[in-house]
Design a protein around this ligand. Structure first.
Ligand SMILES: NS(=O)(=O)c1ccc2o/c(=N\O)[nH]c2c1
Ligand SMILES: [Zn+2]
Length: 252
């Protein structure tokens, strides 16, 4: 299956997923001077219930913290979107060294890590259905830079010992993802896609301008137990062509 190695990485994905060359692919390189300030863009409204946290998994592509999403208890509203989007999961992408790892770049610069908070539009019956719609998903992207440990993110990283290998999962409860957000919620927004196969063009991207700090981790494996050591690093897709899409900002 697809991955991030030389034989199954991002440059090969178009073979199995032709949309990889589509008109609204993600991530992109963000050029702040090309962003258009839009005064109609509202502030983000994130309302999360920590009791919705429901386990942490090594998916073989990233770690993923899953949330119960059968009620409107953890939602994203306002911002560039209309309606109510439910939080389903968050995960990260990171590099094998501190000079790379994020999916979005800013003026061509990569961050060592990027956090994605994945939400789906409740006008559709499920995440799976929403993921097939042009307005189905909204992902909040947060850049992470090396610095002081974030005590809340540390709660996530402290689980990695028990989900080292692909397919491993363990309980993870009572966690508020809002604690992973920076003080400022100023954002860029554009229409894009999932950054992993199936690369569906269903994501309203909301990328925060301000980064949070973290102590870097690199102790997960792509491989299942007993399948050999394949360190989970460099699990990022490089920037894709903008193809004329507008990039908007809710700040000047
Ligand atoms: N990396 S990303 O664009 O945030 C993202 C979010 C949710 C996803 O679900 C996926 N397959 O079911 N891929 C995927 C990528
Ligand atoms: Zn992601």
């Amino acid at each position: 299956g697809w991955g991030y190695g030389p034989s199954n990485g991002p440059d090969t994905w178009a073979e199995g997923y032709p949309v990889a060359n589509g008109p609204r692919q993600s991530p992109i390189n963000i050029v702040p001077k090309d962003a258009v300030f839009d005064s109609n863009l509202k502030p983000l409204k994130l309302q999360y219930d920590p009791s919705d946290a429901n386990g942490i998994l090594n998916s073989g592509h990233s770690f993923q913290v899953n949330f119960v999403d059968d009620t409107d208890s953890s939602t994203l509203t306002r911002g560039p979107i209309s309606g109510v989007y439910r939080l389903k999961q968050f995960h990260c992408h990171w590099g094998g060294s501190d000079d790379r790892g994020s999916e979005h770049t800013v003026n061509g610069i990569s961050f060592p890590c990027e956090l994605h908070l994945v939400h789906w539009n409740t006008k559709y019956p499920s995440f799976g259905d929403a993921a097939k719609q042009p307005d189905g998903l909204a992902v909040v992207g947060v850049f992470l830079r090396i610095g002081a440990a974030n005590p809340n993110l540390q709660k996530v990283l402290d689980c990695f010992g028990s989900i080292k290998n692909k397919g491993k999962q363990r309980s993870f409860v009572s966690f508020d993802p809002k604690t992973l957000l920076p003080p400022s919620l100023e954002y860029w927004t554009y229409d894009g896609s999932l950054t992993t196969p199936p690369l569906l063009e269903s994501v309203t991207w909301i990328v925060l301008k301000q980064a949070i700090t973290m102590e870097m981790f690199r102790n997960l494996q792509f491989s299942a137990e007993g399948e050999g050591q394949h360190d989970m690093v460099d699990n990022f897709r490089p920037p894709q062509p903008l193809k004329g899409r507008p990039l908007r900002a809710n700040f000047r």
